[in-house]
Design a binder for this molecule. Structure first.
Ligand code: FAD
Length: 517
């Protein structure tokens, strides 16, 4: 009896496997038969490129890569997969510039959409009282900067690095030193065009299909593919006065940062970073900062102490050149940094915004860009930042940080709580970013294992001490952890998934939902 039951089970499993294999083998053919303006690639080189990202730690090949020429190509592909139903197992990941850290833009055995090939309609800048630019979801921010500057305009909110796509950063938040004033990039979007997980093309904004609009912003790619976005612009400055000052006292450092982000007309950009060992000061890979007095800067001796660098930028036009110095001086005179550590420089607006790219070029030339990046990004409530700093900078990261450690405060009032992004409860919270690079094949403190275990210690401490910390660019392996990450927002997140991507086709690399089979 048992044997007979087993045989039937075995035969039915075999037939399911044969059926699935049959489906899998016919899929490339069925995708290729779609009437698209763009095309699919199935070759090994393209597939393995689509399985790589900046993190360089996870690598899952898709079955196919779509190079869409229009949003309709994306809609037709997703509709086709949606109509196959749960049996097909196929998932879809939009890939922006592939600068994720843990395979978030990958689709194991599925379809990766190469968003950068989506170029039409062309970028359109609209001047007027409320200027904006309409761009493809696969557009790089650096291209948007160059195009909008032709009209004397530029987006208001940035990331530190501009070789990322609009869809990629809007799926997270897009945070940099301008966010204290303008909010993250997701607070500076007027309208989106989306292809949902059912293959429907939908326009949305705060006025139209509002729920989809908010779901997608910070939505980790779960609810739809951003095929087009309308980004708010402001008049662009010509130049930037870029300042760095140092603190040895963490309390003075954060007090000044918090004071500056509460002022209406202080600086246009406010960030900061931790200098764990002295080499971090000027050899910092993220920095193209060249102080006007490099001799003075190189002579500063920290005596091995951990230092905190406040980084400020004031934008100005050529007509304002005479007043900007006075204004910067006035604001600096209220700060409590170490007096001999005022480092100043002046650069063009483009050079300032594209500063990380300079370091990228240098690192690429030394073969140190495409290495592993076990990054950890955290949002920490203001009330716990001192506790956090004491333990993490005092006990966990004592010798080296293997890369920059950013730390700067953000105003919660500039974040729209209807979006999907998860941030701490308090009015002010800090972004702390551990941007480590792992030296290939090193078993030492600069090796992957060591950095991962350091990150783990930081996360475990945050949890143990109940600091109310949230991960930015979050990464978890189980749904339980995702549920904890979202906290009270989890039910709404799941609800939105059921509405916009009920088969869980989209962004499987985030590992939040599994396609039901
Ligand atoms: P990808 O890695 O290609 O995709 C990221 C996720 O978004 C994936 O889940 C993908 O499926 C989804 N996705 C991509 N395109 C779309 C789309 N059109 N529609 C829907 N979903 C989509 N972040 C900051 O906030 N501030 C910073 O200052 C900052 N600096 C960085 C510097 C460097 C050097 C790097 C590598 C990353 C930095 N990041 C920063 C993180 C960055 O914003 C994210 O990793 C972002 O996702 C990368 O964009 P991408 O175009 O490469 O996206």
């Amino acid at each position: 009896m048992f044997l007979r039951g087993f045989t039937i089970l075995f035969l039915s499993c075999t037939s399911i496997i044969i059926h699935l294999n049959f489906c899998l083998s016919t899929i490339p053919f069925s995708l290729n038969s779609l009437p698209l303006a763009g095309n699919f690639s199935f070759d090994e080189v393209t597939l393995s490129h689509a399985a790589r990202d900046f993190g360089n730690r996870y690598q899952y090949n898709p079955m196919a890569v779509l190079h869409p020429e229009s949003a309709s190509d994306i809609a037709a592909t997703i509709k086709h997969i949606w109509l196959m139903g749960p049996r097909s197992q196929l998932t879809v990941a939009a890939r922006g510039h592939g600068h994720s850290l843990q395979g978030q833009a990958q689709a194991h055995g599925g379809v990766v959409i190469n968003m950068e090939s989506l170029k039409v309609p062309e970028m359109q800048v609209h001047v007027g009282n409320t200027p904006y630019v309409s761009v493809s979801g696969g557009e790089l921010w650096i291209n948007i900067l160059h195009e909008t500057l032709k009209y004397g305009l530029a987006p208001r909110s940035w990331t530190d690095y501009l070789h990322l796509t609009v869809g990629g950063t809007l799926s997270n938040a897009g945070v940099s030193g301008q966010a204290f004033r303008h909010g993250p990039q997701i607070s500076n979007v007027h309208q989106l065009e989306i292809v949902t997980g059912t293959g429907d093309m939908v326009k949305c904004s705060k006025e139209q299909n509002e729920d989809l609009f908010h779901s997608v912003l910070g939505g980790l790619g779960q609810f739809g593919i951003i095929t087009r976005a309308t980004i708010l612009l402001e008049p662009a400055p010509d130049m930037v006065k870029w300042t760095r000052v140092l603190y040895s006292d963490f309390t003075a450092f954060t007090r000044d940062q918090e004071q500056l982000i509460s002022e209406e007309k202080s600086f246009d950009y406010i960030e900061g970073f931790v200098i764990i060992n002295r080499t971090g000061l000027l050899n910092n890979w993220r920095s193209s900062f060249k102080p006007q007095d490099p001799v003075q800067a190189s002579q500063f001796n920290s005596d091995g102490k951990t230092l905190y660098c406040l980084e400020l930028a004031k934008y100005f036009t050529l007509e304002e050149i005479n007043v900007v110095n006075q204004e910067v001086e006035k604001h600096l005179s209220h700060l409590n940094f170490i007096p001999s550590t005022l480092f100043l420089t002046e650069v063009t607006y483009i050079d300032f915004l594209d500063r990380v790219h300079v370091s990228e070029v240098k690192l690429r030339s030394k073969g140190l860009w495409n290495i592993q990046h076990p990054w950890l990004n955290l949002f920490i409530p203001k009330s716990n930042i001192h506790h956090f700093a004491q333990v993490v900078f005092g006990n966990i990261l004592t010798e080296t940080s293997n890369g920059p450690v950013l730390i700067y405060p953000l105003n919660k009032s500039m974040w729209d709580n209807k979006t999907s992004v998860v941030i701490p409860e308090e009015d002010i919270f800090y972004l702390v970013a551990f941007l480590a690079s792992a030296v290939p094949s090193s078993n030492g403190t600069d090796g992957l294992e060591h950095i991962i275990s350091q990150n783990k210690r930081i996360l475990e401490y945050c949890q143990r001490a109940n600091l109310g910390v949230k991960q930015y660019l979050p990464h978890y392996m189980s749904q339980e952890e995702w549920r904890a990450h979202f906290g009270p927002q989890w039910e709404a997140f799941v609800q939105r998934k059921c509405v916009y991507d009920p088969l869980a086709i989209l962004a499987p690399g985030q590992r939040i939902f599994q396609k039901s089979i």
